[in-house]
Design a protein around this ligand. Structure first.
Ligand code: GSH
Length: 311
C-alpha cells in the first residue's frame, strides 16, 4: 500500500488525471468519496478551507492541487517516471499547466456546459440539485462567467489540431512513453467524451481518440474504499512528515513560523490559515490544528496560489 488517500468524486476531471497517474505507476491507494458541492465539512477538517477536488492525504500531510499532488507522487514513487528522458521536463510541465488551465476552462468546460451538455449531465437529476450545482459553481468562480460555448468550441477545435500535431507518429504527446503532459491533456477531453451528444468533436482529428484509449488503458491502479471519518481519524493518530526541502525562498517578506493564509489565485478563494512551515522554490506548506483531524500540514504549489500574512 502506498499510503496515498485520494479524496475525490467519480466525475471530477482533475481526479481522473490523478487516478490515471496512480494507475500508470501501478500503485495501491485508498479512495474517499467527497461531495461535489459545498458544504464539505470532512474536506475542510483536513484542508482547513480548500474545497477543490481532488486532494491527497498521506497520514497527516494534505496535498492540494493536482500539480503538487503529481510532484509528490513522482517524488515518492519515481518509477515509471512522469518525465521520460526523451522530452524536456520544462516542456512537459509547461504543456501540463496549459492543459490544466486553458484547455480545461476555455476549451472543454465552456464547450461541455452548453445547453445540450447540461441536458445530458443533469438528465434525471431533480431540478433543485441541478440549480444547487449551478449556484455552487457560480459562487466558486466569484461571479466570473464561463467562456461562451461557441467560443469554446472554436478554441477546442484549434487545441485538438495542436494535440493531434504533437502526437505525430508517437504514441504519447511528447514522448514514446506517457508523461505528465498526457495526463493533463487527457482529463479535460475525458470530460467531453463522457457527454456523448457532444463527443463527436474529438473525432475532428485522427489521432486524439486512439491516444485517449491508450491513456485510459493505463488504468487506475488498485483502489480500496475508506470513509472520510476514518481518513480524519487516521490524520489525528499520526504526525505530519518532516519537511524534506528546507531551502527557504522568500518573495513576500514573510518568515517561516509566521501565521499566513494561502488562497488560489484563479477561483475558489477559500483561505487556509496556519503557520508557514515550508516556502521552497516549488511549494508552500502550513501547519494547522483542527478539532477533529489534529495537527496537519497542508501543502500547496507556489504557482497559482497567493501567500499573505494572516490578520
Ligand atoms: N488547479 C486545481 C483545479 C482543481 C479543480 O478545479 N477541480 C474541480 C473538479 S474537477 C473542482 O474543484 N470543482 C469544485 C469542487 O469539486 O468543489 C488542480 O489542479 O487540482
Amino acid at each position: 500500500m502506498s499510503g496515498i488517500i485520494l479524496h475525490h468524486y467519480q466525475t471530477s476531471p482533475f481526479s481522473e488525471k490523478v487516478r490515471l497517474v496512480l494507475g500508470y505507476k501501478g500503485l495501491a491507494w485508498q479512495s474517499v468519496m467527497i461531495p461535489q458541492i459545498m458544504p464539505k465539512p470532512d474536506v475542510v477538517a483536513l484542508t482547513g478551507g480548500y474545497r477543490r477536488t481532488p486532494f491527497m492525504q498521506i497520514g497527516a500531510d494534505i496535498y492540494c492541487d493536482t500539480a503538487l499532488i503529481c510532484d509528490e507522487i513522482e517524488r515518492r514513487f519515481p518509477s515509471p517516471s512522469l518525465y521520460p528522458s526523451d522530452a524536456p521536463r520544462g516542456l512537459i510541465d509547461t504543456v501540463a499547466q496549459w492543459a490544466d488551465t486553458t484547455l480545461f476552462w476555455s476549451g472543454a468546460i465552456g464547450y461541455a456546459f452548453q445547453s445540450k451538455g447540461l441536458a445530458f449531465i443533469f438528465d434525471g437529476v431533480p431540478s433543485e440539485v441541478a440549480k444547487a450545482f449551478g449556484a455552487d459553481r457560480a459562487a466558486m468562480r466569484g461571479g466570473a462567467p464561463r467562456t461562451p460555448a461557441p467560443d469554446s468550441a472554436a478554441a477546442l477545435r484549434v487545441f485538438l489540431r495542436r494535440i493531434d500535431d504533437m502526437l505525430g507518429d508517437k504514441p504519447f504527446v511528447l514522448s514514446s512513453a506517457p508523461s505528465l503532459a498526457d495526463f493533463s491533456i487527457f482529463h479535460p477531453l475525458w470530460f467531453v467524451r463522457r457527454i456523448t451528444p457532444l463527443a463527436d468533436i474529438l473525432a475532428s482529428v485522427d489521432r486524439v481518440l486512439p491516444w485517449m484509449d491508450r491513456v485510459a488503458a493505463l488504468g487506475h491502479g488498485s483502489m480500496t474504499k475508506l470513509s472520510s471519518a476514518d481518513a480524519i481519524d487516521l490524520a489525528r493518530t499520526v504526525s505530519p512528515a518532516a519537511v524534506t526541502n528546507q531551502i527557504f525562498q522568500d518573495e513576500h517578506g514573510i518568515a517561516l513560523g509566521e501565521r499566513v493564509n494561502i488562497t488560489p489565485l484563479d477561483y475558489a478563494f477559500d483561505p487556509v490559515v496556519g503557520e508557514l512551515v515550508t516556502a521552497n522554490s516549488n511549494e508552500y506548506a502550513v501547519r494547522r490544528t483542527d478539532e477533529r483531524a489534529g495537527t496537519v500540514v497542508v501543502h500547496f504549489p507556489r504557482v497559482g496560489y497567493r501567500l499573505q500574512r494572516a490578520e
